[in-house]
Design a protein around this ligand. Sequence first.
Ligand code: ZN
Length: 399
Amino acid sequence: MSTETYDLLLRGGHVIDPDSGFSGPADIAVAGGAISAVGSQISGTARETVDVRGSYVVPGLVDFHVHVYWGSTVWGLEADKIGAAGGTTSFLDTGSAGAITLPGFRRYVIDPARTTVRALVHICTAGLVTNLGELRDPRYLDVEGTVRAIEANRDIALGVKIRYSDVIVGEGEQARAALLAALEAAERSGTWLMVHIGRTPEPIADVLQLLRPGDVVTHSYTPLAGGVVDDHSLLVSPAAIEARAAGVQFDIGHGKSSFGWATAEAALAAGFAPDFISSDLHRGCVNGPAFDLPSVMTKFLMLGMPIEEIVMRCTSMPARKMGLDAGTLRVGSPADIAVLAIDEEPVSFVDCTGESRVCNRRLSASHTYCSGVRLDPEILGVTEDLPVEISSRPMGSGS
Ligand SMILES: [Zn+2]
């Protein structure tokens, strides 16, 4: 029997808990895998005490857009490894699996992961196995299968995904039919749809008009044509403002091709902040330009968003949307915690067009805890590489 009061004490950090609205210096104590106290100068002893002065201590990050079906899709990374490297303890995988491949995603990825992984089911029945344009052949559309897959996996399958770009779904009626199929699957399964935009095959206003309250647009700051922010005028689409008022939500999904400094600055200047800040981490952007979720958060710091608002969009907002007991430091909740070191050295970051900006602070994850147990990237090892390079394939559309 341990005589210590706690298993873990994180001392002296700047704690940010968007769920309670707290932001300030505090200690956090963990026992039995749960948060047991948050406050100043917590008394008692712990098996392990970590001095986290000079760092932010936040709920384990909830990345609302990633690809973690390693080994079965060209994009897939390993959830626990990117979790350990990026302070992320919960993930939404957005469409790596389709109806055919969801059972494997569940058995081989979601069940064994120490991090929490949930899925959107791709309306393409094969999901994102290759990047050859998964809906160029409309026979891959699978409303029935998608609905059945969601119904059989309610606990992990939260909704439907479509990548709505001309190089992926084709154009004209073929494209529109795919979007309508995805909406039908979401409607019939009683879930919501995430629509990826950029090189959008029809005017963004026409797409937004179809979306229902609770549906989500990802790649909201894409510099590609057909975005929420017009790539020429840099004006926010009035249809996006209307859609938001009607309950449609907007995600970042940085990725390889979907974040522009100019579009981001224009959107924020117009008051069009995202609901969720996510990385869209996959094999094509994990070595830049996205790197990890703290790097994407760093970009929003540079854009002038207060840290508390950034953390909220990477924790409590997505956790609530996903129905998780996560994204909070409330006493009694699972001790999913990220310690974010603040490096004050100027760092240059590029967007997806190659344009760079100097950020004068950089966030990075120094400690990641899942239910009070540290996810150590050195213990977990590096992600094994796959034989097929994304860049060697003909589809340069990004994700
Ligand atoms: Zn993606």
